[in-house]
Design a protein around this ligand. Structure first.
Ligand SMILES: *Cc1c(COP(=O)(O)O)cnc(C)c1O
Length: 369
């Protein structure tokens, strides 16, 4: 039985009528940029994560870029982020003119290592971007203490962790800014690109709202330079439909992950993902570590049986060609990051994955091991 890594059709076709109604509503309204649909969606997410302000934007990447711009990060500044992340985290730092400074991560939860981050501090460090990778929160108490000690702004890259919790708090709503993505493969996947940022700070929210639309306020007057980071009404309407089902999607991912954790326990050479104390994991990815150089072999074996799987991420930021000069000035080792890049393999955990499909994945892994 073929098992895809992700099946967006299974999710979207099940609610096709609701999505069509939303489309019709926007078509009838004739209002396609921003407006009520965007405001309603923003309000739902703000309520859900417990943030004072939510600002819908064009993508998760633009959410990070806008957060950095609103914080005034630019030329001459340094921003610390983990090397083991999706490119957007680091790319946005570079796009502001600032320098991304990469640090190592933890082997168990794949998230930023603050001891390594400590080695990256200089008098130019202005901010840090912890990434809640694969659906699990960074240790935010340590992050907040680190940021306070060094007077840094904090942007939580929450693209993979909408609704994940750190103790009682929602990821993204803890620091200065939290950024989210609605790329189709994220837990709240849109029908196209979309993103959002949240903040508790009135002043930062005001700046970000203006910068989302060319820094314009009032119309045709620009106190600052922003961009076009606006969210479409259609995308917001479709996302609102999907958000009504979000609790179910999350619960199903958690059930699937729990089943893997039970069924794949105790296999030699295989390390299962762990959940840190006090965290609620929402499983954007279920990521194994395969030791002894067998990762690529397992990947091939699964692909040969039509089981979707992939490596997130094969090339860490300090190994990227475009960051060669930053890597030359590295201030920390990337021992864990390099090890993870050679060991990780993500297997299907999407909500609509059924038991029979999961058993197919499990027996394929067991027969390889
Ligand atoms: C997906 C992702 C982004 C970028 O989101 P887009 O909506 O694709 O621009 C940023 N950071 C991380 C960690 C991501 O996984």
């Amino acid at each position: 039985m073929p098992v895809p890594l992700l099946d967006v059709n299974a999710q979207n076709h099940a609610i096709a009528d609701e999505l069509r109604d939303a489309f019709d509503r926007v078509l009838e309204s004739g209002r396609f940029i921003m407006g009520d649909e965007v405001e309603q969606f923003e309000a739902s997410i703000a309520r859900f994560v417990g943030a004072k302000h939510a600002i819908g934007v064009s993508s998760g990447t633009d959410a990070i870029l806008l957060a950095l711009m609103a914080l005034g990060i630019g030329q001459g500044d340094e921003v610390i982020c983990p090397s083991f992340t999706f490119f957007a985290t680091a790319g946005c730092i570079a796009r502001t003119g600032a320098t991304p400074v990469f640090c190592d991560c933890h082997p168990d939860n794949f998230n930023i290592d603050f001891d390594s981050a400590e080695q990256c501090i200089s008098d130019k460090t202005k901010a840090i971007i912890p990434v809640h990778l694969f659906g699990q929160s960074v240790d935010m108490d340590t992050c907040s203490a680190f940021a306070a000690k060094h007077h840094l702004a904090v942007i939580e890259d929450t693209a993979q962790s909408l609704g994940a919790k750190y103790r009682e708090k929602s990821c993204g709503a803890i620091a200065d800014f939290g950024t989210y993505s609605f790329f189709p493969s994220k837990n709240l996947g849109g029908l196209g690109d979309g993103g959002l940022l949240v903040t508790q700070d009135d002043q930062l929210a005001d700046t970000a709202v203006k910068m989302r639309n060319h820094g314009m306020h009032p119309k045709y007057y620009h106190q600052m330079v922003g961009g076009n980071f606006r969210l479409d009404a259609l995308q917001a309407a479709l996302l609102s439909v999907k958000f009504a089902h979000y609790a179910d999607y999350t619960a199903q991912r958690q059930q699937n992950a729990a089943y893997y954790l039970e069924q794949l326990a105790g296999i030699d050479g295989l390390t299962l993902p762990t959940i840190d104390d006090g965290n609620t994991h929402i499983w954007n990815q279920f990521t194994l570590r395969v030791s002894d150089g067998k990762r690529d072999g397992l990947k091939q074996a699964l692909m040969d049986q039509n089981i979707g799987c992939d490596v997130y991420y094969p090339v860490p930021m300090h190994q990227q060609e475009c960051f060669a000069s930053q890597a030359k000035d590295a201030r920390t080792s990337f021992k864990i990051t390099d090890q993870l890049a050679s060991e990780v393999l993500s297997i299907p955990v999407y909500p609509e994955l059924n038991r029979e499909q999961q058993d197919t994945v499990i027996s394929a892994i067991k027969s390889f091991a």
